[in-house]
Design a protein around this ligand. Structure first.
Ligand SMILES: NC(=O)c1ccc[n+]([C@@H]2O[C@H](COP(=O)([O-])OP(=O)(O)OC[C@H]3O[C@@H](n4cnc5c(N)ncnc54)[C@H](O)[C@@H]3O)[C@@H](O)[C@H]2O)c1
Length: 386
């Protein structure tokens, strides 16, 4: 195979954005040979490709080697399983599914290791996040003691939620800020630090907006090695913040306002504490500041990586099975908040599924309801933010 024949399922903000990147030549060795969307006016924008109203028709058409799934969240599982079972390579938008049990079903459908199965976590291409991960994984930071991430720069005004879409509802989207805006941040969280053992969540359901799902979250995590973390997010605060602070044995790493600052202890924290002879002393420090010229290749790099993995066997930046972790964290936070109790991980997927079904049963959103065309045109640009 010299070039990958790609089918795009879902031609909304994101599907069209990916298509533009391919058609404008930013992704090599890839051609769009099929598209799928229930809206015929979107299909006609792709005269060079075969158009389908239903994903199953595209998947079994024989005109694609791979699919990119960019539909509303619940459909990721259905189309993903169908495509993998049909022997297609799959790149699925985040989140891979809305709940842990669906993630498990989707991942279980991936039986053929020759098939490339990836998730669109493009923030993994950002040099600052790569640097943070490198500092952690290389041992430069030493053992991590405390993590604080305030990621509230996801502000959305009320009108965003008034547009009658599948968003911000249990039945349409499966959750709120944790499933729409924050999958990237939760993925980075687990990519940096791994999974905690215990989660306590506090969620404001419609705290700032007239919606039924969470738009304000504070979560507390405990790790097996005793490290603790606080994760705060909201779509209701302006101005918003993106501040990540990591306190570790060898110093403090802070990312804020596009600058990464490592304040390094000359003597590791615990060792200094044990050996210091003066009551109010603290370790001497040196400071390194890192700035980055850009945010990396983002969506284009992820698409090219997917194609290179198919054609050349290159390793994936974000293998789709890793997508279960951000979903599990999101689910655990919501479950903990709803039951006013700490949740042990691994999360009980069946218990969460039952809980979600009860929320879906009383959801305001009814499947099949129409939303006004172009209603959330701003969302694509906002999604590029970190
Ligand atoms: N990675 C990112 O930066 C990023 C940014 C925005 C959105 N997303 C993700 O992309 C996905 C789509 O979001 P969006 O903003 O494009 O939504 P959207 O509402 O703009 O578009 C969804 C499209 O899917 C179509 N659709 C619905 N059900 C379908 C089905 N069963 N088969 C085929 N098409 C179907 C709709 O008609 C619509 O055109 C979501 O998973 C979202 O979280 C990712």
């Amino acid at each position: 195979m010299k070039s990958v024949r790609l089918g795009i399922i879902g031609l909304g903000n994101m599907g069209l954005g990916h298509a533009d990147n391919i058609i404008s030549g930013k992704v090599s060795r890839c051609e769009i040979t099929a598209v799928c969307d229930p809206a015929p006016e979107k299909i006609v924008r792709f005269p060079q490709a075969k158009g389908f109203a239903r994903s199953a028709e595209l998947i079994h058409s024989g005109v694609v080697d791979a699919v990119l799934i960019a539909t509303p969240h619940f459909d990721h599982t259905v189309s993903g399983i169908d495509a993998l079972q049909a022997g297609l390579h799959v790149l699925v938008e985040k989140p891979i599914s809305v709940q842990k049990a669906d993630c498990e079903r989707l991942i279980a459908a991936w039986q053929d290791p020759k098939l490339v199965f990836a998730v669109m976590f493009q923030q993994r291409t950002d040099p600052v996040y790569r640097k943070i991960r490198e500092l952690i994984q290389s041992g430069e930071l030493g053992q991590i003691r405390r993590i604080n991430w305030i990621i509230t720069n996801w502000f959305r005004p009320e009108v965003y939620y008034k547009l009658g879409s599948w968003r911000a509802s249990w039945a349409g989207e499966g959750g709120g800020v944790l499933l729409n805006q924050c999958p990237h941040n939760l993925d980075l969280f687990q990519w940096f630090f791994g999974m905690p053992k215990r989660v306590r969540g506090f969620c404001g359901l419609g705290r700032y907006h007239d919606i039924e799902v969470e738009d304000d979250v504070t979560a507390y995590f405990e790790y097996a090695d005793g490290a603790t973390a606080v994760f705060i997010t909201s779509t209701g605060e302006a101005p918003g913040t993106n501040r990540l602070e990591i306190a570790a044995e060898n110093g403090r790493l802070v990312f804020e306002n596009d600058v990464l600052t490592f304040t390094k202890n000359e003597t590791p924290m615990s060792e200094f504490s044990r050996t210091a002879t003066k009551a109010f002393a603290a370790p001497a420090t040196t400071e390194s500041r890192f700035t980055f010229p850009n945010h990396g290749g983002q969506h284009v790099e992820m698409l090219q990586n997917f194609i290179n993995a198919i054609l050349d066997g290159r390793p994936l930046i974000a293998p789709a099975p890793e997508g279960i972790y951000s979903v599990e964290l999101a689910n655990a936070i919501v479950f903990s908040a709803a039951h006013n109790q700490t949740v042990e991980l691994p999360l009980d997927a069946a218990a969460y599924e039952k809980f979600l079904q009860s929320k879906v049963a009383t959801s305001r959103f009814k499947r099949g309801a129409k939303r006004s065309p172009g209603a959330i045109a701003d969302d694509l640009a906002a999604s590029y933010k970190r």
